[in-house]
Design a binder for this molecule. Structure first.
Ligand code: PMV
Length: 318
């Protein structure tokens, strides 16, 4: 048996984070420049069923049986094995690595689960379809996040731009015109679980006020869907700025994220906002192709620790 590799991209949320947890729509796109990889290869020296896990980036080198079933890496393996229901499981080594920044709003947890589920199911001769990969990685997301909306596992499993609403069939977006985006890391690590749970408490204390903000964000996301398909940069830019202002009202921004969005706009970005859980992690800016270098420079000068440029490519209409 050869080495089998399972891969998954990172992602950014363009519109609707947090509101999506409360039933509003959100838009996310995959980011192929960063990825999680799971390499699976046979372990011919061990007795059958022995599964070794190595994630050397985080200093993990162990056996599946030594990890709690609740451990996110172990959970992804167990869920895959339960789904496949194989009588015989050969021994194998699972090596996990990722270039997706952790706790930065780029979906690193979901991408690692997706890569594991893909790699292990393919290694065992039964590669699972994207829909099943998404479903299983959502189960793992629940361990990471408590109350995940499901957007991360969907955009990462399918690797396509999505318009996502809880409990509704996923819609894939096919854009008519390409758009360019910069993703700047504030360098502050904030687990999504923390911001989602803080906001949960605020919402419980004043549901009417917070539902009002979520509703406004939902309307922005609906408008953004069409503007993104049409590649209407002036409209998209304005909507990004409005969404960021509402995220500030939800108290999920931070001085660093506000400084980076300001710097991007001052350097000529069409719009900018925080992306993902917030308080730290990444912000995004919509930019014209000719201004990418200048805005990147401005973001570094304003304190970004890393800036990635990505393009949402044009796709023919279905
Ligand atoms: O921080 P990220 O990229 O995992 O994004 C979280 C998005 C939230 O809307 C805040 C949570 C969710 O489950 O949708």
């Amino acid at each position: 048996m050869a080495v089998i590799t399972g891969k998954a991209p990172g992602k950014i949320i363009l519109f609707g984070e947090h509101a999506v947890v409360y039933g509003q729509p959100a838009i996310a796109i995959p980011v192929a420049k960063v990825k999680a990889t799971a390499r699976v290869f046979p372990d011919i020296e061990s007795k059958p069923g022995r599964i070794s896990l190595q994630a050397l980036d985080i200093g993990l080198d162990t056996h599946l049986s030594d990890l709690s079933p609740e451990h996110p890496l172990a959970a992804a393996v167990y869920l895959t094995l339960e789904t496949l229901q194989l009588e015989h499981i050969p021994s194998f080594v699972l090596q996990i690595s990722s270039t997706i920044p952790i706790a930065a709003g780029m979906g690193s947890g979901a991408a690692i689960s997706v890569a594991i589920i893909r790699g292990v199911s393919a290694f065992l001769g039964r590669p699972l379809p994207d829909s099943k990969v998404s479903e299983l990685s959502y189960e793992v997301e629940k361990i990471h996040h408590g109350n995940p909306s499901g957007i991360d596992n969907n955009v990462i499993s399918y690797g396509k731009p999505v318009y996502f609403k809880r409990e509704q069939p996923i819609q894939f977006l096919k854009v008519k015109k390409e758009t360019h985006w910069l993703i700047a890391d504030s360098g502050v690590k904030t687990p999504t679980l923390e911001t989602v749970s803080d906001l949960g408490k605020l919402h419980a204390g004043n549901p009417q006020y917070y539902d009002g903000i979520f509703h406004k964000i939902g309307l922005i996301t609906q408008k953004a869907r069409q503007a993104l398909i049409e590649g209407d940069n002036p409209v998209l830019g304005g909507l990004l700025n409005e969404n960021h202002a509402l995220l500030r009202e939800l108290d999920v921004s931070s001085p660093e994220l506000d400084r980076l969005t300001r710097a991007a706009l001052d350097a000529g970005a069409k719009g900018a906002k925080l992306s993902g859980g917030g308080r730290g992690g990444n912000m995004i800016a919509l930019v014209s192709a000719t201004k990418i270098d200048a805005i990147k420079k401005a973001l570094y000068e304003a304190g970004a620790v890393n800036v990635i440029s990505t393009k949402l490519a044009k796709e023919s209409q279905a």
